[in-house]
Design a protein around this ligand. Sequence first.
Ligand code: HEC
Length: 152
Amino acid sequence: MRTALPVLAMTLLAGCSGETTSRLATPVEITGDEITAPLLGLQGDAVRGETVFADREQGHCVLCHAVEGLDAEFQGNVGPALTGVDARLNEGQIRLRVADIQSLWPDTLMPSYYRSGGLNQVAPAYAGEPALTAQQIEDLVAYLGKLDGERT
Ligand code: HEC
């Protein structure tokens, strides 16, 4: 696992005021290692989020992440298991990691799903378009935010 140091450094650099980044598909304010506001003000749906997570045509997060109890044929372990992820990350932290994890760790294997430019690991056909829509990302945030079954 990573140390918290890079994130801490960024938090200090960004201060408390927040910064708007233009490398994402729509203007998004990043504060420290969080995107606190829902993308485009959209409301996420955890049930849809589970589908985005598992579906090969959508997020296909199961390629690299496992979730206990998820009904999916194959679940990978390239990334950390996400069962209970909401006990270690808050909603805003989860949102930034799904939207643009490469802004935290440029060399990570995980794609930045809401970037519209400078994408790594995305087929040319998708250049210019984010890999997931704002709604799909909010659905994932809602789903991942409920994985320990304790918080709502
Ligand atoms: C190609 C593999 C890969 C795919 C696909 C992938 N991830 Fe990741 N993910 C990772 C890796 C690796 C990390 C750990 C970050 C690091 O150390 O590079 C990570 C970290 C995360 C984290 C932070 C977890 C923590 O405990 O800090 C979240 C949340 C996350 N991924 C969600 C998702 C979601 C949602 C999707 C699908 C839209 C997804 N990931 C797709 C590889 C992947």
